[in-house]
Write a protein that binds this ligand. Structure first.
Ligand code: E4P
Length: 217
């Protein structure tokens, strides 16, 4: 499973990219608002740091303007993926942009039927929002497994980009159910390595090693 970071904190994204663990980045209008920065500048900077896909979302609601915005966003860098909402206008714009060879991520996916349409429209990615479904007391992860089944039944190449991830357990579930990508907020990403038994085990091994009086280098 590829790991994307869901955010725009340039310093932290650079740090984890340098570790070689990050395959891409996703943004949305709320993330851009929180950054307080100009969207074009943020996307341009992120696209220079990350070698993989960087999703940038259009603001228009009609397909013609979505296409114009999408072309402008795609011109920022080769690795920009244009993010479009799953509406009829979004699907129409997806078809147009995909036919031009532009990578599209269909976002705000909450049902398998929407994911089916995204694949038919030629999207490179579909983004099911599992956390927001959980917020409604639904099993968000079920949507990942349903889309996985549908895409494998018909051999669609659209990748499942699990979004709206709120917990470490969501990341595990996405991997178990075969999501192609999980886009993870930085605070959750930083928790992935943590385990109290790792910390206590390491403390004990370090203390015992010191008692041996040995050194390796
Ligand atoms: C990413 O592509 C999505 O926009 C993001 O994961 C949404 O997350 P949220 O539901 O926590 O806002």
């Amino acid at each position: 499973m590829q790991l994307f970071l869901d955010g725009s904190d340039i310093n932290k994204i650079r740090k984890y990219c340098e570790l070689g663990l990050i395959d891409g980045v996703t943004t949305n209008p709320s993330i851009i608002l929180k950054s307080g920065k100009n969207m074009i500048e943020v996307i341009s900077e992120l696209a220079g740091i990350v070698s993989g896909s960087v999703s940038a979302e259009v603001s228009a609601l009609d397909s013609d303007t979505m296409v114009q915005e999408g072309i402008k966003l795609a011109e920022i860098a080769e690795n920009v993926t244009v993010k479009l909402p799953i509406t009829w206008d979004g699907l129409k714009a997806c078809k147009t942009l995909s036919n031009k060879g532009i990578s599209v991520n269909m976002t705000l996916c909450f049902s398998s039927s929407q994911a089916l349409l995204a694949a038919k429209a030629g999207a490179e990615y579909v983004s099911p929002f599992i956390g927001r479904l959980d917020d409604l007391n639904l099993e968000g992860i079920d949507l990942i497994s349903d889309i996985k089944l549908i895409y494998s039944n018909y051999k669609f190449s659209t990748k499942i980009l699990a979004a709206s991830i709120r917990t470490v357990n969501h990341v595990k579930q996405c991997a178990c159910f075969g999501a192609d990508v999980a886009t993870i907020p930085l605070d959750i990403f930083e928790k992935l390595v943590k385990h109290p038994l790792t910390d206590s085990g390491l403390s004990q091994f370090t203390a015992d090693w010191e008692k041996t009086g040995q050194s390796i280098i």
